[in-house]
Design a protein around this ligand. Structure first.
Ligand code: PEP
Ligand code: MG
Length: 574
């Protein structure tokens, strides 16, 4: 359990700062040392006020409009340079909206006619426009709802002085500290500048933590109350393995930690010698070690770490940080890039898995009480046929550029697999009619991440070419423990015999039907569990790129004859 110690409070070096030691949950290895950059995520409060001088209020609105324009120009420049031309266009659209005299004029009219404050007038206008645009059938106009909300929020933030620091403002090397970071915010982080991040909220298998590991950015989550102890620009040092954090470290502490960092680097470098070697146990069992990625950019780091393939491409990250659904062409290009770069090595692309902690505002999925149990992943794809078929078309078209496998997330019934396969067939037919080529032997697989799927894995195995066990979700659903909830995090344990039994059952059922079974959840990189999974007969482990060589080392150092039995109520494995 994360907790705020402070372990010790001592007077620091010359600057006479108080050294504060805190503890959170280390989720991405490495030592971070640098100046803090605090991301404020305060939500602006908009109160209705009666004003006396409407001209003064309109002047405030005009000033905010000019400031918003400057921010958007800066954002557009940054995104174009660091993310891409396509992604930057949205900020151009927002600038155009700021110039729309009807939109801004409506705000001014509210101020003048009703003698209300500017921020309230913005809110009123936003609500009015959102209501009208949401009722329009045209999907292009519907998509503008998110833009209206975005631009209104920007104006309100300026007017109420609730400046949200944008990630693009980061120009120097810093350590980000925030209440929380969403997966899409994390995906935006500039790896060159961000030396690491620390959040007050968060959990080990949240997608924010998973992304940090994939991007190789040291990170600590669950550092409760850290924001009460720091201000922007403070020096901080932290350890992404153990979760230890020191604010205002003195010279001695810095020296000790730098030494630690050196050792960490040396250990990582020593693993380099395993590149090019096989992942084979002492008693001759060979397994494949693949990489989990979130964007095409991650292929580079996967190959650098000697991935034999991509075991999980979380395609939903292509849909994030956008204002609309990525087009078929955009997706096609991304899938093609990954397949080409992997040069015929297997690449498993998982179809859209949103819901839970991954939100995509423009899809307008309503808030739910239990998002992990609700409208999520394959359930959305099967319900929003156009969305799903666009992705399948892009995948099939890209298939000729490499060795593609398509995988469906969060399967819980046989019918879902039948339906999803039927959709692939329909898309194939369309492509044949249009004489668009695709590879004929694309493997189709499912994630086993619900207890239901594990329990019917004997039947599922007859329907697909491979299984990939998602231990992150399988653990939360089996033990009924929300993977995001810190208060019950002590119960979240993939070593629980119930979870291990389901994994063992899945492997056996897969093998009975001669299909490959892999694991792509975070547990695939846990050294003790690796030994158990290999002994159970797993064929493939797919892990964050930075963990590939460590897992290979574990495999090479073990023998399936010597692993201790797992089981019992205590969840012990060794
Ligand atoms: C899993 O659940 O183990 C998995 C790999 O999927 P995600 O973490 O993206 O839910
Ligand atoms: Mg999952």
């Amino acid at each position: 359990m994360p907790f705020l110690l402070p372990i010790d409070i001592i007077l620091g070096g010359k600057e006479a700062y108080v050294v504060i030691t805190l503890k959170g949950i280390g989720v991405s290895k490495g030592i971070g040392l640098g100046k803090t950059f605090i991301i404020k995520q305060k939500k602006a409060e908009v109160e209705k006020k009666t004003i006396k001088n409407y001209k003064e209020e309109i002047r405030r609105l005009e000033e905010a409009r000019q400031k918003a324009k400057r921010q958007l120009e800066e954002l557009q420049r940054y995104t174009q340079k660091n993310i891409g031309e396509d992604e930057s266009l949205i900020f151009e659209v927002h600038q155009m909206m700021l110039q729309d005299e009807d939109f801004i004029g409506r705000m001014k009219q509210f101020i003048q006619d009703e003698s209300i404050n500017a921020e309230y007038a913005v809110k009123r206008t936003q609500n009015e426009y959102v209501k009208i645009f949401s009722q329009v059938e045209d999907p292009y106009i519907k998509e503008r709802v998110a833009d209206i909300q975005d631009i209104s929020k920007r104006l309100i933030n300026i007017l109420t002085d609730t400046m949200e620091q944008s990630l693009s403002e980061i120009k120097e090397s810093v350590i980000i500290v925030a209440q929380d970071l969403s997966p899409s915010e994390t995906a935006q982080l500039n790896r060159e500048k961000v030396l690491g991040f620390i959040t007050e909220d968060g959990a080990e298998t949240s997608h924010t933590a998973i992304l940090a590991r994939t991007m190789d950015i040291p990170a600590v989550v669950g550092a409760q109350n850290i924001l009460n102890h720091i201000k922007n620009g403070d020096t901080i040092i932290f350890d992404g393995t153990e979760g230890n954090i020191v604010i205002h470290p003195d010279d001695k502490t810095k020296a000790q930690w730098i030494e630690k960092q050196k050792k960490h680097r040396m250990r990582v470098e020593s693993l380099d010698q395993l590149k090019g070697t096989k992942s084979i146990t002492k008693d001759g069992v060979e397994i494949k070690i693949n990489a989990n990625i979130g964007t095409p950019k991650d292929v580079e780091i996967a190959l650098k770490n000697d991935a034999q393939g991509i075991g999980l491409f979380r395609s939903e990250f292509l849909y994030m940080n956008k204002s609309k659904i990525p087009s078929e062409e955009e997706q096609f290009k991304a899938y093609k890039a990954v397949l080409e770069e992997m040069q015929n090595k297997p690449v498993i692309i998982r179809t859209l898995d949103i819901g839970g902690d991954k939100e995509i505002p423009y899809l307008q999925i309503s808030k739910e009480l239990n998002p992990f149990l609700g409208y999520r992943a394959i359930r959305i794809s099967l319900n929003q046929v156009d969305l799903f078929k666009t992705q399948l078309r892009a995948l099939l078209r890209a298939s000729i550029y490499g060795n593609l496998g398509i995988m469906f997330p969060m399967i819980s019934t046989l019918q879902e697999v039948h339906q999803a396969k039927r959709m692939i067939e329909e898309v194939k037919k369309d492509l044949i009619n249009q004489k668009i080529p695709f590879r004929s032997n694309i493997e189709i697989g499912v994630m086993i991440e619900t207890p239901a799927a594990a329990l019917i894995s004997d039947q599922l195995a007859k329907e697909v070419d491979f299984f990939s066990i998602g231990t992150n979700d399988l653990t939360q659903y089996t033990i009924a423990v929300d993977r995001m909830n810190r208060q019950v995090a002590y119960l979240y344990n993939t070593r629980h015999p119930a979870v291990l039994k389901l994994i063992e059952m899945t492997i056996k059922n897969g093998h009975k039907e001669n299909i490959g079974v892999g694991i792509c959840g975070e547990a695939a990189a846990d050294p003790d569990l690796v030994e158990i999974f290999v002994t159970m007969g797993i064929d493939e482990l797919s892990v964050t790129p930075g963990a590939i060589l460590e897992v290979r080392q574990v495999v090479q150092g073990m023998s399936t004859q010597k692993v201790k039995k797992w089981g019992g109520d205590t969840c012990t494995t060794k």
